[in-house]
Design a protein around this ligand. Structure first.
Ligand code: ZN
Length: 404
């Protein structure tokens, strides 16, 4: 299974469908439902809860590939979608949940997200009263559920994100307890941070730290709580509304530049599909159910296979040479690029990642990592360092002359 021909790069405007990884190819070439124009009256309110099928997305090949790679290999460290509003970013991220296998989640009746491991670690203080009762009765406090997209509200405060003391419980029950925040609720889910460039830095920092560590600790005075938060992070930003600071930008794995589709046929297809979905979302989703089940199996298989994928020596060497020539400082550059290449190979059912896999993901992993400022800064520093060295030598020579 290892030595297939290398893959060409992805040109998002003109995807070489014949050479995309087999899994992606199956997804992109699915000819699905056309508009269901005889739709029943709108199922008001339900459309919000039922994600648009990932396979029914039109165009945006690069965005779809980046999202898939990020869920195949969590080492990639998430995706940043860069582009204007209304280009389907949120729809695509929510749609991604339709491709993910179910996970074991908290079944806490109080919505506190209690988990067996909280009980194991902290004893009865770690779970709510209702979960404690169920655990003591030998009942499970978890169930299997679908992966959700947790969206961070733009006006979220740090306490909402990491959690804080619940004043109401503190007063009513004379029990001070740290409440888990959005990051803990995002555990095993997708965390979508829309307009990440407009958030306060300390909130973005907390999110990125938790994302990297897979857990986080919140301390309020003498009490503290540690929560699991393994999630796939997806951020979006509209560059027209301000930039993300370079050190925050660096911590996102892949970067997709999302543009609106410029082909009339594509836009018509989107219009038709959105209209059908809004008219009767259940019927629309049913139309896409079979290929979605197959795609979900593909993703599950790729997630297993990626653990086995190794890069060839040539792929490593050329990838590192590319980073060197582009003058990129951050070591995250090659890490993300190689992890994405491994995911790309896994999506193609291979356990070897070749040069072509690196080529396919290079722009996604490396764009906006090079800093002209740092290149110029380092050049300027070399000049000063030389001056320091020359002055030193000059003094040394004068001293030795003086002695002589
Ligand atoms: Zn509970």
């Amino acid at each position: 299974m290892s030595d297939q021909p290398v893959l060409p790069p992805i040109d998002p405007e003109n995807p070489p469908e014949g050479h995309l990884p087999s899994m992606l190819l199956r997804m992109l070439s699915t000819s699905g439902a056309r508009a269901i124009l005889s739709a029943k009256p709108a199922e008001l309110g339900l459309a919000e809860n039922l994600p648009f099928p990932f396979l029914a997305l039109v165009g945006q090949t690069e965005m779809r590939i980046a999202l898939l790679l990020a869920v195949i290999n969590p080492n990639i460290g998430g995706v940043l979608l860069i582009g204007p509003r209304g280009t389907g970013k949120t729809t695509a991220v929510r749609a991604l949940t339709t491709l993910l296998p179910d996970v074991e989640v908290s079944a806490c009746e109080n919505g506190e997200g209690c988990l067996p491991e909280d009980y194991a670690r902290e004893g009865e203080a770690g779970v709510c009263a209702s979960c404690l009762r169920r655990l003591r009765a030998g009942e499970s406090i978890t169930r299997w559920g679908s992966v959700n997209m947790i969206e961070l509200p733009l006006n979220a405060r740090l306490d909402d994100v990491v959690g804080g003391v619940n004043e109401r419980i503190a007063v009513q029950q004379h029990k001070v307890k740290v409440e888990r925040g959005i990051l803990a609720r995002a555990d095993q889910n997708l965390l979508y941070v829309d307009e990440v460039n407009l958030l306060e830095d300390q909130i973005v920092d907390a999110i990125l730290d938790a994302s990297a560590a897979g857990s986080y600790t919140v301390r309020r005075g003498a009490i503290s709580g540690t929560y699991r938060s393994r999630f796939v992070l997806i951020g979006s930003m509209n560059p027209e509304e301000g930039n993300l600071r370079p050190q925050l930008m660096d911590r996102f794995g892949l970067r997709v530049v999302v543009r609106g589709l410029m082909q009339k046929e594509d836009r018509l297809e989107i219009y038709n599909r959105v209209r059908a979905y809004r008219g009767n979302s259940r019927a629309f989703i049913r139309e896409w159910a079979n290929p979605t089940v197959i795609a979900r199996e593909d993703v599950t298989a790729a997630r297993e296979l990626v653990k086995e994928v190794e890069l060839t020596d040539e792929a490593l060497d050329i990838g590192l040479e590319l980073v060197r020539r582009l003058d990129i400082d951050s070591h995250r550059a090659e890490y993300v690029m190689f992890e994405a290449a491994r995911a790309y190979a896994a999506a193609d059912g291979r356990d070897r990642a070749h040069v072509g896999d690196v080529r396919a993901v290079a722009a996604l992993a490396l764009r906006q990592r090079r800093s002209q400022f740092m290149v110029d800064f380092a050049e300027g520093q070399k000049v000063e360092d030389n001056q320091i060295g020359q002055t030193f030598d000059h003094i040394l020579n004068r001293e030795s002359e003086g002695e002589g």
